[in-house]
Structures are given as C-alpha cells and as structure tokens.
Design a protein around this ligand. Structure first.
Ligand code: ACO
Length: 335
C-alpha cells in the first residue's frame, strides 16, 4: 500500500480531472467519495445529477457535492462532441445521426471529453466489459505516435524483495492485445519501459520472454521474440532490453549467467514482456495467487491519453487506486 500512497502524494501535486462514466454505480460512487475526501484528484461523474445525489444520500456519502456532474442527455457541449466524433470517424463513414446516439453513451462521452480537453483521464469498467471500455478509447484517442498497440501492464509487488527492483516488477501485456506480431511486441516493450519509469518508479531492464534462451530452442514463436527484441533496440537504441530469455534466466542471476552469459538483463530483469496475452494473463494471476503478490493494474499503456479499465469484480479501493495511477499518467503527460 505504501506504493499507492506515494502515487496519491504525487497526484495531489497536480490534481488531474478524472472522469468516471459509471457515475451511478455503487462502488464507483463510494470510490469517488473517498477520492474527493482525500483530494488527490478532481472527479467528474457522468449521470443524472438528481439520481447521483439520491444515490449518494442512500449510501451516506459526504463528499459527492465536490464532484462535477455531467448529464449525458443534457449538457451544453453535446453539439461540440457530436461534431468532434463525426470528424474523427469520418473515414469510417460515421453519420451525424449515429454520432448523436453515441455521445449519449457515457463511455463515448468520457473519451470525447478527454479528446476535447475537458478531462485529463478516465477510469471505467466496474459495470462494463473490457471491450466496451476500450473500443471508444481506441477509436477516439488512439495510440501514442510511434506506438502501434495499446497493451496492459501490471505492477507486481512481491513479498520477496530479492526479485526485480526491491520486489517490484512490471509485467506486460497481461490484459489487452491477444496475439501481437513482432513489431507490436516491440512497441509493447517500449510502452512497458515508459510505465516502469512513470508509474512503478524504476529504471527498466526488460526481458523479452520465451520458452527458449538465446537459441536453445528453434521455433517460429521464438523467432518472433528475437525479432521484437531487435526492433525495440533499433527504435530506441538506449533501451535496456534482452531476449529471447526464459523467465528463470531473466530473474535468477546464477541461471542467467549460465544460459545467457554476458547479458546485462539476464538474472537482473525488472520488466517482463510476455510473447502473447495468454502467457501474460496466466503469469500475472499465478504470481498474484501463488506468491501472494499485489497486482496493481491493468495499467493501460500506449494510449494517447490515460484511460484505464477495471475488473467488474473490483473493490472500492481498486477503483481509488486506479484513479491514483491514472492521475499520475495524466500528470506525466501534461509535463
Ligand atoms: N491497440 C490499439 N487499437 C486497437 C487495439 C489495440 N490493442 N485493438 C484494436 N484496436 C482498434 C482497431 O484498430 C480498431 O480501430 P478503428 O475502428 O479505428 O479501425 C478498433 O480498435 C476496433 O478494433 P477491433 O479489431 O474491432 O477490436 P475489438 O473491439 O473486436 O477488440 C478488444 C478489441 C476488445 C480490446 C480485444 O482485443 C479483446 O477482447 N482483448 C482481450 C481483452 C481481455 O479480455 N483481456 C483479459 C481480461 S483483462 C484482465 O484479466 C485483467
């Protein structure tokens, strides 16, 4: 928790405007109340003001009156957002009538607010599936220039301080892009290095993981990881990266020296990039459950604006924590 407290302290310095599209969802409203009391971000709730007020009274919340509330069916920027959406999706043939329907959807409205400069970041997903949260973000804010895909990282905080950076590691992609090609995997590595610096506060040493170490096995899946490692190096010559590495060679010095002699990353990695979503998603859940690690995220990376997706099983504190992360991403972007 110390990790999140530091993020809240940092967020408190710039008080970013975070929009919560699920403004009537119980845990979201309770989280908004906590954030408004702690004061580390400004909160914009999407929903009908009277309905939000009534729900806040029912839940005995005391700080919701400090939130800005935007009613998706009745606010003064409806036409601005319709025109913006038509302009952004004109290549896809989106009509004004279709755009007018979409802007009533809180998930589209929130992303349009960010695109128009009316909010700095978004957290959603307590009530909506990952795809429904991500699709408007992909369509409207898109990726950072030079990064081809959005991916999802977890900051893993281990009880055993021997691994990573004092027990902190970044795992990616664990949440978004099912089957990246070599170029996309290189971009996931680069985006993970940004997350490592800006959110985990560590200087990244990236291991590109495989079931092979330095040619110990031959397979097209291994070739993809080797190619991705080379691409990442050519895109960012200063990046500290090595691959392909098995995870034991990446994490344990004696094994790293034996399997990948001379590698500066082997035995010393603090960012683990998985070859596909199946391995990344399985790995973070294994470490979370079997090693009782704290798994903070998913932190969406590579997106041109900070938008993060919750699990529908999230707790109030999960939402508060993800708002703290999102506010830090937004503060990093505005610098
Ligand atoms: N990064 C950036 N843009 C993307 C990405 C990506 N990773 N994936 C799709 N897009 C864009 C497309 O280019 C397209 O843009 P366009 O409309 O401007 O042309 C748009 O998004 C829609 O693309 P589709 O291919 O139709 O994407 P779809 O909506 O079908 O799927 C999704 C995207 C929902 C994210 C899908 O990849 C997915 O389901 N991923 C797995 C999510 C998941 O279930 N994760 C595990 C659970 S999370 C957890 O355990 C923590």
């Amino acid at each position: 928790m110390e990790f999140i407290e530091k993020l809240k302290e940092k967020a408190n310095q710039s008080k970013q405007r975070i929009v919560l599209p699920e403004g009537l969802e119980e845990r979201t409203l309770q989280a908004a109340d906590v954030i408004l009391e702690e004061g580390f971000a400004e909160i914009i709730l999407i929903g009908n003001a009277i309905a939000i007020h009534d729900e806040a009274v029912r839940l005995k919340l005391r700080h919701i009156d400090k939130a800005a509330i935007v009613d998706p069916l009745n606010h003064d920027k409806i036409d601005t957002y319709i025109n913006l959406l038509v302009e952004l999706r004109k290549n896809k043939g989106l009509t004004k009538v279709q755009a007018a329907e979409l802007v009533k959807d809180p998930l589209y409205l929130s992303v349009l607010m960010i695109k128009n400069g009316d909010a700095d970041g978004e957290v959603a997903g307590a009530d909506n599936a990952t795809g429904d949260v991500l699709r408007p973000a992909f369509q409207i804010v898109k990726t950072i220039p030079g990064i081809s895909v959005v991916s999802g990282a977890f900051i893993m905080v281990l009880k055993d301080k021997e691994f990573g950076e004092d027990g902190i590691l970044v795992f990616a992609d664990c949440a978004v892009h099912p089957d990246p090609d070599a170029g996309q995997l290189a971009d996931i590595a680069i985006a993970s290095s940004m997350t490592a610096r800006s959110i985990a506060g560590i200087e990244p040493r990236i291991a590109m993981l495989s079931f092979s170490t330095k040619g110990s096995a031959k397979h097209a899946m291994v070739d993809k990881v080797v190619e991705a490692t080379e691409k990442a190096r050519s895109l960012q010559p200063d990046i500290q990266i090595d691959g392909e590495l098995q995870v034991d060679a990446a994490l344990i010095a004696a094994i790293g020296q034996k399997k990948a002699p001379g590698s500066k990353i082997a035995g010393n990695a603090n960012v683990l990039v998985f070859p596909d979503l199946q391995s990344g998603n399985i790995a973070y859940k294994l470490v979370q459950r079997l090693a009782h690690a704290e798994a903070i995220g998913p932190v969406l990376q590579g997106m041109a604006a900070p938008i993060n997706d919750l699990s529908r099983g999230c707790s109030v504190s999960d939402i508060v924590n993800l708002v703290a992360i999102t506010a830090n991403q937004a503060a990093g972007k505005s610098k």
